[in-house]
Design a protein around this ligand. Structure first.
Ligand code: GLN
Length: 191
């Protein structure tokens, strides 16, 4: 199994470190030629979704990646990556728009830009959650399954092979959410 990590900007290195800990092969996508390498799943990291959206278009990565996601490529979006997958974006424009969720950008306000908590994640038990100028899911449509909530706000969801978290599991020691993603890639966890 090989996982591709979008590495245009943001916290992509940390995802690679988690995959190293789990003994999973991975490589970075920085340009169109990188798409020629075979991969079984894609990670969209945290960072700045507007910058990533712009670069995806400029580097001509948007269309081939969007098509592969629409065709069922397993994808895991954290924070800005969640925004890239959301069909509706409050405070920004949609990018891939493949998930039936509405994301609200910079949703926790300036005073609560970053925080850490532990909360229940469906099927995983209590998971450490680090939020950095995070979005939340203002609304999950019928196609999306809610996986975690913090203070009544949806912070993780899944739709088929697409998994998103508003928090950054790559910044904590717990590999549970990455393992869940890898089980989708292996096809063990069909919706
Ligand atoms: N605020 C960022 C955005 O809207 C997301 C923050 C993050 O990924 N840590 O793109």
């Amino acid at each position: 199994m090989t996982i591709a990590i979008l590495a245009l900007q943001g916290a992509f290195v940390e995802h690679g470190q988690v995959l190293d800990r789990l003994g999973v092969e991975h490589f970075e996508i920085r340009q169109k030629a990188d798409l020629d390498r075979p991969f079984d799943g894609l990670i969209l990291p945290g960072g700045e979704s507007t910058t990533m959206r712009k670069l995806l278009h400029e580097l001509e990565l948007f269309e081939p990646l969007c098509k592969r996601i629409q065709d069922g490529l397993p994808v895991f979006g954290t924070c800005a990556g969640l925004i890239l997958l959301a069909e509706r974006v409050d405070g920004g424009a949609p990018c891939f728009g493949t998930m039936d969720i509405a994301a609200r950008r910079n949703a926790y306000g300036r005073q609560l830009g970053s925080f850490h908590t532990d909360a229940e994640f469906s099927g995983l038990g209590t998971v450490p959650m680090t939020f950095i100028r995070a979005p939340y899911i203002a609304e999950a449509g019928k196609k999306a399954e809610i996986l975690a909530e913090v203070d009544g706000r949806i912070v993780a969801a899944r739709q088929g092979n697409q998994l998103v978290t508003a928090f950054h599991p790559e910044l904590d020691e717990d590999e549970g959410v990455h393992r869940l993603f890898l089980s989708l890639v292996e096809g063990e966890n069909k919706a």
